[in-house]
Design a binder for this molecule. Structure first.
Ligand SMILES: Cc1cc2nc3c(=O)[nH]c(=O)nc-3n(C[C@H](O)[C@H](O)[C@H](O)COP(=O)(O)O)c2cc1C
Length: 164
């Protein structure tokens, strides 16, 4: 890659980081049936009828392979107390669930205990988007609780408590 495009990518990543977001962990099963997951902040609601959500995953991520080959995943919206868990799922490692409390959802993917919300999905479509894939899921089951959100802004995590 020429030096100039590396610089543009770095600046673009930094500019994208000005958009404050929540933090999710998308969980799934690998080809051995073992639980795995990836920290994702590109999550968005998409449709109410049918109930759809989306996120994007980099084609170089290991999770991209499991999302392409598998049919089920769950989006877990993280709470304030999940910061170290968010960093744990943001690094490649063998056992991403080490020390994490979770249970198996109806779709077979892990649900992280204490998540502010979780959305169990069946893969609905995958669309190419440059060096990422846009993954669209149809929500088959979900739940939510009150609590303070984990927030990502300019490479750091903080928290947000709503007034309601
Ligand atoms: C706050 C945060 C948000 C992230 N969001 C995304 C995302 O939306 N899509 C993505 O592909 N990677 C995202 N990442 C990077 C992945 O979590 C990271 O590359 C991870 O190690 C990939 O794991 P894997 O290779 O086991 O799939 C994010 C990282 C952080 C810290």
């Amino acid at each position: 890659m020429p030096d100039g495009s590396f610089d543009i990518s770095r600046r673009l990543r930094s500019a994208f980081g000005r958009f404050a977001s929540g933090v999710t962990v998308v969980t799934m099963r690998d080809s051995n049936g073992d639980p795995t997951g990836i920290t994702v902040n590109s999550f968005s609601s998409l449709s109410l009828d049918p109930p759809l959500l989306l996120f994007s995953v980099g084609c170089e991520q290991i999770s991209c392979k499991w999302l392409k080959s598998g049919n089920h995943f769950t989006v877990n919206v993280l709470a304030r107390e999940h910061e170290s868990l968010a960093w744990q799922f943001a690094r490649p490692r063998e056992d991403k669930f080490d020390g994490v409390s979770w249970r198996t959802g109806l779709n077979g993917a892990p649900i992280i205990e204490g998540a502010l919300a979780h959305f169990e999905c069946v893969k609905w479509n995958i669309v190419e988007g440059g060096d990422h894939l846009i993954v669209i899921g149809e929500i088959s089951d979900f739940d939510a609780r009150d609590g303070e959100a984990l927030v990502f802004f300019r490479g750091a995590m903080g928290n947000f408590a709503s007034a309601g």
